[in-house]
Design a protein around this ligand. Structure first.
Ligand SMILES: C[S@@+](CC[C@H](N)C(=O)[O-])C[C@H]1O[C@@H](n2cnc3c(N)ncnc32)[C@H](O)[C@@H]1O
Length: 367
C-alpha cells in the first residue's frame, strides 16, 4: 500500500525495501550484533507488512477548526498531519479519518482533546480520548455520540484519571494448537502491539517446553504467555510491576479456567532482593516458596532489559526463556548468561515490518 507520509513522519524507515529485502536486512543486522556470541542462524517469523498494529497512540494537531493526527515533532514547523496510518489494524485504519471528522463537529471535544489511543482485539476496538484538563461530566454527551456513530468502546483519560463511558478493557480470543484462549486486556497496561505475531511467539515458546516442573516468570503483564505456558507446568509463580496488568491477569485465569498460577505484584528488583534474603523467602506475600521447584524461568523485560541483580538471580535455574524487544539489551544480558548457559534456540519475530524494530526469543540451558 502506498503511504503518502513516508519520509515525512519519521516512522517506517525501511518502507522503500520490499519485504524480503527487509527480512534479509534485519537478519544481517542480528548476525553482526550476535557474532561475538557465536550465533549465526535464526528462525525468522514473518507477518503481513501493513495493518499489523493493534495498539497505537496519536497526538492531536489543531489548525483553526480542522484537526488531524500529528506525527513527528510537534512544534508548528515539524508536525506532520496525517489522516490515518497503514501500520494500524484495518478497523483502526478505517475509523481514524471518520473519527476526526466527527470530533470536529463538537466544540468541546475539538478544543480539549490532546491525544487519542486505539486498542484493538479480536472482539473490540477501544478508543481512549486523552485530555489536558481533568474530566468531569461535560464530555459524556459528545463521547456518547462517537460511541453510537462507530460502535466503539470509549473512555476518557486525563492526568491519570479515567472516566469510563463503556468498559475499560477489550476481550481478545484466539486458538493455539486447537486450544482456545480468552483474555481481558485493561486499558493502561502493556499488550503486544502485533496480535498475529503475538500468537506465533506463544506457539513458539510452547513448542520448546518439555520436562517441566515449576515455572518462575518475571514481567508477566496480563498473563499473555503465562496462561498458555501453565498447562506445561505443575505450578507457576508470575510477577509484574503494573497493578492494572495484575488485575487483568487474575481475571484471565478465571476466564481460561487456569488455577495453578500465583501472581505477585512486585518489580523484578523487589522480588530478587526478597528471594535473596532467606528469612523473607518463605513468606513472600503469603506464598510458600519452599513448595516451588523451578525448572524454568521465563522473562520478557521492557526495552531496558534486566537489572544486574535479577539477571544474577535467574542464573541458578536449569532453563531460561528470554523474550526481548531490544536486541542491544538482549545482547548485553546474553553476554552474562552465556558464561553459564548454552543458547539452544534463537528466533526473530518481525513484530514491526517497515521499521528497524525486531522481537527476539532465546532458549537457554545450563551448561
Ligand atoms: C515487554 S512487556 C511483557 C509483558 C508480557 N510478557 C506480555 O507479553 O504481554 C514488559 C512488562 O514488564 C513490566 N515491567 C516493567 N518494569 C518492570 C520491573 N522492573 N519489574 C517487573 N515488571 C516490570 C511492564 O509493566 C510490562 O508488563
Amino acid at each position: 500500500m502506498e503511504c503518502s507520509y513516508f519520509g515525512k513522519c519519521g516512522s517506517c524507515t525501511l518502507y522503500t525495501l520490499d519485504y524480503e529485502a527487509q527480512v534479509e536486512h534485519k537478519k544481517a543486522q542480528m548476525q553482526t550484533l550476535f557474532k561475538p556470541l557465536h550465533v549465526n542462524t535464526f528462525e525468522y517469523f514473518q507477518t503481513p507488512s501493513e495493518h499489523y498494529r493493534g495498539r497505537s497512540e496519536f497526538r492531536i494537531w489543531k489548525e483553526g477548526d480542522t484537526i488531524s493526527y500529528a506525527m513527528g515533532s510537534f512544534d508548528k514547523k515539524g508536525a506532520v498531519c496525517i489522516e490515518t496510518c497503514p501500520k494500524v489494524e484495518l478497523k483502526i485504519y478505517t475509523l481514524m479519518p471518520a473519527l476526526l471528522k466527527q470530533i470536529e463537529t463538537s466544540t468541546m471535544l475539538r478544543e480539549k482533546l490532546f491525544a487519542i489511543e486505539f486498542l484493538a482485539s479480536s472482539e473490540h476496538l477501544l478508543v481512549t480520548l486523552i485530555y489536558h484538563k481533568p474530566l468531569h461530566g461535560e464530555w459524556d454527551e459528545a463521547a456518547k455520540v462517537l460511541e453510537k456513530a462507530f460502535g466503539i468502546l470509549i473512555i476518557g483519560r486525563s492526568r491519570g484519571m479515567k472516566r469510563l463511558l463503556t468498559q475499560d478493557f477489550v476481550e481478545d480470543r484466539f486458538e493455539i494448537a486447537g486450544k482456545a484462549y480468552r483474555y481481558h486486556i485493561i486499558e493502561g497496561g502493556f499488550s503486544q502491539p502485533n496480535r498475529l505475531m503475538n500468537q506465533k511467539m506463544i506457539s513458539w515458546v510452547l513448542s520448546h517446553l518439555e520436562n517441566c516442573e515449576d515455572l518462575l516468570e518475571l514481567y508477566c503483564g496480563y498473563g499473555n504467555f503465562t496462561i498458555p505456558m501453565a498447562q506445561k507446568f505443575q505450578k507457576v509463580l508470575a510477577t509484574e510491576i503494573s497493578k492494572t496488568s495484575i488485575k487483568s491477569a487474575l481475571q484471565n485465569c478465571e476466564l481460561n479456567d487456569v488455577h495453578n498460577i500465583a501472581f505477585l505484584r512486585m518489580s523484578a528488583e523487589e522480588l530478587t532482593s526478597a528471594l535473596k534474603k532467606e528469612r523473607e523467602y518463605n513468606r513472600l506475600a503469603g506464598i510458600n516458596l519452599e513448595e516451588y521447584h523451578f525448572s524454568h524461568v521465563f522473562v520478557d523485560p521492557p526495552r531496558s532489559g534486566m537489572d544486574e541483580a535479577s539477571l544474577a538471580f535467574i542464573s541458578q535455574f536449569e532453563n531460561i526463556i528470554y523474550i526481548s524487544c531490544n536486541p542491544e539489551t538482549l545482547k548485553r544480558d546474553l553476554e552474562v548468561l552465556t558464561k553459564q548457559y548454552a543458547i539452544l534456540h534463537f528466533a526473530l519475530f518481525d513484530q514491526f515490518p517497515n521499521t528497524e524494530h525486531l522481537e527476539s526469543g532465546v532458549i537457554l540451558k545450563r551448561l
